[in-house]
Structures are given as C-alpha cells and as structure tokens.
Design a protein around this ligand. Structure first.
Ligand SMILES: CC(C)(COP(=O)(O)OP(=O)(O)OC[C@H]1O[C@@H](n2cnc3c(N)ncnc32)[C@H](O)[C@@H]1OP(=O)(O)O)[C@@H](O)C(=O)NCCC(=O)NCCSC(=O)C[C@H](O)C(=O)O
Ligand SMILES: [Mg+2]
Length: 281
C-alpha cells in the first residue's frame, strides 16, 4: 500500500531566510514555500532567489516540498514559474483556482509534468471542485479558509458552520478523484486548545492533514492526524478477527460489539499502513 502522511503542511514565507532555515529541523510532513500572501509585493521578486537558494542548499529531507506561486493573473505568477521550474519542488501550488483551465494554464507554463495542487478558496473554485480534481496533473487540494471567509463574507466560528458546505465539497471532489485534501489554517497560532479542536474536526471530516502557519502548531497537528494507539490496536484486532471468520467461510466478524466486514478491514489496513509510514519517518 503506497501511503504517505500529510498531517502537517507548514507555510513558510519564501522571503524569510530564518524561517527557511528553521524548517529543516521541524517534524512536518510537507512544506509550502510561499511566494503569495506571506510575501509583500516589494519583496516578491527577491523572494524567488532566496527560495531557489534555500532549495539548492537542501536539507529538507523527506518533507514534501511545495512551492506556492502567485496567481497567473498577477504580474508575478509567470515569473515565479520561470524562476523556480527546475528548483527541485515536488509540487507547485496554484492559489485561487477557479476552474480546470487555471490548472491547465500552469501545466502549460511548467511544461515538465510536475504535480500541481490547487488552493480551494474561491466560490467559483468550490463550485467547480469536481472538474478541477479531475485534471490529470492535479494531485492535491488545500482549503484556503481565510480567502473563503473573505469571499463568502462569513464569520469565523469555532464550529466552522458557514464553511461546512465548501469544506465537504472539497473533500467529495478530492475523494472522487483520488486527490489529497488538506484543511485550512488556524490563525490563532498560540491557542493550542482551539487548534486541537479544529484539527480533530478536520480529521473527523476526512482531511489528510492541516496547513499551519507557525512551528508551535506542529505537534498538536501531528498528533491529531496520526492514528492513535487505540485505533492501531482496534485495527489489528479487526483484521485478526476477520481473517479468523473468513477462514471458516463467513464474511462478518464482531469486535467490541460492532460488525467487521471486508470494507472495515480495508480501513483497518490503511490505518496500519499510515502508522507504519509515520514511524518510518
Ligand atoms: C505569524 C508569524 C508572522 C509569526 O512570526 P514570528 O513573530 O517571527 O514568530 P516567532 O518569533 O514566534 O517565531 C519563532 C521561530 O519560528 C520561526 N518561524 C516562525 N514562523 C515560521 C514558519 N511559518 N515556518 C518556519 N519557521 C517559522 C521564526 O523564524 C523563529 O525562528 P528562530 O528565530 O530560529 O527561533 C510567522 O509565523 C509567519 O510569517 N507565518 C507564516 C504566515 C504565512 O505563511 N501566511 C500565508 C499562509 S496562510 C494563507 O494564506 C492560507 C490561505 O491562502 C487562505 O486563504 O486561508
Ligand atoms: Mg488564500
């Protein structure tokens, strides 16, 4: 089973050398090297060279390296691609994607087949989520909950009720097309309890992980999105119980008073594969 964790996906401003250095020692699963909202307009051109240099030096290990460029409708987008096309990124992340045509425009500019992820953060993008997820070069979605809140004119609430439809649409489209789905950021980066609650909500909905803005958010997020000891133990017992009944010609086992069928065993195997992928990091 080819499975890799995306529990913690940290944004780093591409212009900040200190943060680019610091990320080499943080236990995150993926890094978004940002040239968009974390970089001011007057620093955008210089940030390309700063980021290219950090990537050339390397040291980011197994972390997935994602470059978020500026939108292709801005004065910087095409230049970002030109400057960083061959910098060694695993993924290019396009902000404010509205349609599959936006993804195709980046694909044409890249010209080298590098996987593309889409920021899902505009109303039109959410409405077109299925066609965006179906693009052959698209392998991941990132929820942009700050831009979504701005565009929807909705309030930030702990239960994220005003965004539920958008978040679930992102997940539906991602799962329909085998695409990774990462939840949005939690802005109050010193509030661990609030972060934990939002991580658990996103995890329970089905997100693979969460985007982060500060190193202080990494541990809470890694814990929330990793299988717990109890989940690992249950998965092992479900697999064992099912194999036993299967050997006697039956298709349903019972563990802890709940039925276990073939589909539950598939989930249990995924949990064990994820736990093993995390422990091998
Ligand atoms: C929020 C911050 C501006 C806070 O920065 P700062 O005041 O420097 O924090 P600290 O002093 O607590 O930092 C301690 C050390 O950690 C390093 N650091 C800080 N942030 C990061 C980071 N993101 N990655 C790596 N390292 C980081 C500092 O350099 C300090 O290191 P040291 O000196 O060695 O001890 C800042 O955290 C920040 O800029 N965060 C990123 C903000 C960002 O990326 N925003 C854009 C993405 S959010 C978004 O756009 C989502 C989406 O599009 C949407 O619409 O929702
Ligand atoms: Mg955004």
């Amino acid at each position: 089973m080819d499975i890799r964790p995306y529990r913690s996906v940290l944004y780093i401003p591409g212009s900040k050398e200190r943060a680019l250095d610091k990320a080499r020692e943080l236990p995150v699963d993926a890094i978004i090297f940002d040239l968009e909202d974390a970089v001011t307009p007057d620093a955008k051109v210089e940030a390309r060279a700063t980021l290219a240099q950090a990537l050339a030096v390397g040291g980011y290990g197994a972390r997935v390296k994602i470059i978020r460029i500026n939108g292709l409708d801005t004065e910087w987008g095409a230049g970002d691609v030109e400057a960083l096309r061959d910098a060694g990124a695993d993924v290019f992340l396009l902000p404010k994607v509205n349609s599959a045509a936006d993804v195709q425009a980046l694909s044409d500019l890249l010209g080298n087949g590098t996987p593309i992820w889409a920021m899902m953060e505009t109303p039109l993008g959410i409405l077109n989520a299925a066609e965006i997820a179906a693009h052959p070069q698209l392998t991941g979605f990132v929820a942009g909950t700050n831009d979504l809140a701005k565009e929807l004119n909705c309030r930030y609430r702990a239960d994220r009720l005003p965004m539920q439809m958008a978040l679930q649409t992102i997940l539906m489209a991602a799962r329909a097309h085998g695409v990774i789905a990462i939840d949005g950021v939690y802005n109050q980066f010193k509030d661990d309890d609030g972060l934990r609650a939002e991580c658990e909500q996103g995890r329970d909905m089905g997100f693979d992980g969460k985007t982060l803005i500060h190193p202080a958010q990494v541990d809470v997020t890694n814990t929330a999105f990793a299988p717990s000891e109890a989940e690992i133990d249950l998965a092992r017992r479900q697999i064992a119980a099912y194999e036993e009944v299967e050997a006697s010609g039956q298709g349903v086992a019972v563990v802890d008073g709940k039925i276990v069928e073939n589909l539950h065993v598939e989930t249990a195997k995924k949990i064990l594969a994820m736990a093993s992928a995390i422990s091998s990091l």
